[in-house]
Design a protein around this ligand. Structure first.
Ligand code: ATP
Ligand SMILES: Nc1ccn([C@@H]2O[C@H](COP(=O)(O)O)[C@@H](O)[C@H]2O)c(=O)n1
Length: 236
């Protein structure tokens, strides 16, 4: 008797949530385990912001930002074990994590022409991953609501600002004093407020997203729970 082993159905997964809730770590971890592609959409907004800053464009000058939206070529590599991001062929994975880009990215990403440009890139990457059979985990702020409203599974991660600030300052190393935690918390809250109050495609939970509070879970536990939800969709 011959048995046929069929490949799992390619699924498209949207993971959204505020800053520091664990979107990148969870998405990379689960995509690597399940052999899926991974897209960090925040890195794309950071990359276009980096390009604006290096050209002396003021992030607050909405007209100038909008006029330049189509100019840089942004390429994202979707291997969860080695994600990459280039702008006009330059690897920008390190400079996009700096304070200057972090401080400017919410202003740039609020411009509708920027969102239209980056959303187009995201949709074509997701469509290609679905066609290839791998499926993809796409993480960001508006993936379930706007970029991929027909995603097979939508997850919205949360955690209190205190927990997220402690995680972020742990990342930076050094002493965890109260002043530093308070400054990190204020930065997170400022970015979340800007991202959720903009008019164009704000940070929001899709009505059909599964909400997962990660505050009392280890990263491993979050990856396991999300992995189980994806496996269920794959076999549905
Ligand atoms: N469940 C968890 N328990 C403890 N630490 C976690 C957990 N999830 C993520 N972390 C840690 O929290 C920090 C932030 O995680 P991560 O970068 O994945 O968040 P994010 O939601 O992608 O943030 P951002 O939107 O700012 O890019 C990292 O240092 C990560 O290792
Ligand atoms: N779908 C998305 C993803 C990100 N942004 C903007 O980019 C900033 C950086 O995101 P990180 O995940 O790298 O922290 C974020 O603060 C948003 O301004 C977005 O608008 N939409």
């Amino acid at each position: 008797m011959r048995t046929t082993v069929s490949a799992p159905t390619p699924v498209v997964v949207a993971i959204d949530g505020p800053s520091g809730t664990g979107k990148s770590s969870t998405s990379k971890g689960v995509a690597a385990r399940l052999g899926m592609a991974y897209l960090d959409t925040g890195a794309q907004y950071r990359a276009i912001t980096w390009w604006m800053l290096t050209r002396g464009i003021d992030p607050a000058d909405t007209a100038e930002v909008a006029a330049a939206a189509e100019k840089p070529e942004i390429v994202s590599g979707t291997d969860p074990l080695a994600p990459t991001i280039t702008v006009d062929g330059t690897d920008v994975s390190t400079p996009i994590r700096g304070a200057e880009v972090t401080g400017a990215v919410s202003a740039v990403s609020a411009v509708p022409e920027i969102r239209a440009r980056i959303t187009g890139l995201q949709r074509s990457i997701a469509a290609e991953a679905a066609r290839s059979g791998a499926g993809i985990v796409v993480e960001g702020r508006d993936i379930g609501t706007t970029v991929l409203p027909d995603a097979d599974l939508k997850i919205f991660l949360t955690a209190s600002p205190e927990v997220r600030a402690a995680r972020r300052s742990g990342e930076l190393g050094g002493p965890q004093d109260a002043a530093r935690l308070a400054a990190t918390r204020a930065d997170l809250v400022r970015r979340d407020t800007a991202d959720s109050s903009r008019t164009a495609s704000p940070l929001a939970r899709a009505a059909d997203a599964v909400e997962l509070d990660t505050a009392d879970l280890t990263l491993e536990q979050v990856i396991e729970r999300v992995g189980a939800m994806i496996e269920e969709r794959r076999s549905a």
